[in-house]
Design a protein around this ligand. Structure first.
Ligand SMILES: Nc1ncnc2c1ncn2[C@@H]1O[C@H](COP(=O)(O)OP(=O)(O)O)[C@@H](O)[C@H]1O
Ligand SMILES: [Mg+2]
Length: 309
């Protein structure tokens, strides 16, 4: 069963349509990368799912609960981290978490151990008694996530959690999301930068101008876009042998060569590729790489958002 589902979800701000008959479905346990350029409608979708914004028409469900009919049931199981998270001045981290624990009506005696767990999970235990306002952006982000986890939500909506983070903080955020996923939580995480999410998401959805352009795993989306496979061959020796083999192999639509590096367009099957590989090696080339080109995620994004799908 889908944990998150929208059916013809539409949101208008006055005359402007921010979400246009938007249909999204996210299964239990996914880390779903919700990707689209600025202004695409990501935050609008997330705020509707978090029951903070009413749709103009259509429906949205979280764990089977209708956002319009059962917001309280959703709030219990949902952790929402906004993109414009603020932290409170003059509060130490433990006080900050205790404040939110109290807001969720977690009894005082349980709160301490829950806060300890959440601190450990977000790797902030050593900072528990420091002032939140003095933290780096990456640490503030983790604080905010810690706060989001305090009522042990099963569904997480994280709006651009990696934005503005340095590469190291971003890796830590990814690791944390993987850990949370391992705990069985369903996670929707948004970004306007595809490469930020592509390698950590189990599925991605691409949104542009309020419409879902593609949804599924990255490989399937790529396969749907590409007519022909791109093969890359990198020879550290014997580039001419590679070129000779390419010229005499049927099923090669074209190639570009730069030194020992080849980009080949082909519709060959796996058997024929293996045969080509064997032949090149037999003919004396020394290969560093022979395989399908992993189209960069940015390329995929550009292709999809140009209306390629
Ligand atoms: N309160 C609002 N009033 C008018 N327009 C809005 C409002 N909130 C968002 N929008 C517009 O709706 C579109 C989608 O915004 P948003 O959901 O924030 O996109 P994203 O999060 O993908 O950047 C944008 O064009 C934005 O300017
Ligand atoms: Mg946004």
């Amino acid at each position: 069963m889908a944990v998150i589902e929208t059916i013809d979800l539409t949101k208008k701000y006055g005359a402007f349509t921010a979400l246009d008959n938007f249909n999204l479905s996210i299964e239990e346990g996914e880390i779903f990368g919700f990707i689209g350029p600025n202004g695409a409608g990501k935050t609008t979708t997330i705020r509707i799912l978090a029951t903070l914004l009413a749709p103009t028409s259509g429906k949205a469900f979280v764990a089977g609960n209708d956002v319009s009919k059962d917001p309280r049931a959703i709030k219990k199981i949902l952790g929402y981290m906004p993109d414009d998270f603020g932290v409170y001045d003059g509060m130490r981290l433990r006080e900050y978490l205790d404040f939110f624990g109290a807001a969720y009506r977690i009894p005082g005696r349980e709160r301490k151990s829950i806060i300890d767990d959440v601190l450990q999970l977000t790797d902030l235990t050593s900072k528990a008694d420091e002032y939140v306002s003095a933290f780096s952006r990456g640490m503030k982000q983790r604080c905010c996530l810690a706060k989001t986890l305090i009522h042990n939500p099963t569904v997480l909506l994280l709006d651009e959690p990696a934005s503005g983070l340095d590469p190291r903080a971003r890796i830590e955020m990814k690791e944390l999301l993987k850990t949370l996923s391992g705990m069985g939580k369903t996670i929707l995480v948004s970004s306007h930068i595809l490469s930020e999410l592509g390698d950590m998401s189990t599925k991605i959805g691409i949104i542009e101008r309020g419409k879902l352009l593609a949804s599924g795993n990255v490989k399937d989306i790529l396969a749907g876009i590409r007519q022909a496979l791109e093969l890359r061959i990198e020879a550290i020796e014997g580039g001419d042998a590679v070129e000779a083999a390419l010229k005499s192999t049927p099923g090669i639509a074209g190639y570009e060569r730069s030194g020992g590096d080849f980009h080949v367009r082909t519709n060959m099957g796996r058997e024929e590729m293996a045969e080509l590989h064997a032949r090149i090696v037999r003919d004396g080339a020394r290969l560093l790489f022979f395989g399908e080109e992993q189209g960069s995620l940015e390329d995929l994004f550009l292709t999809v958002t140009k209306g390629g799908v």
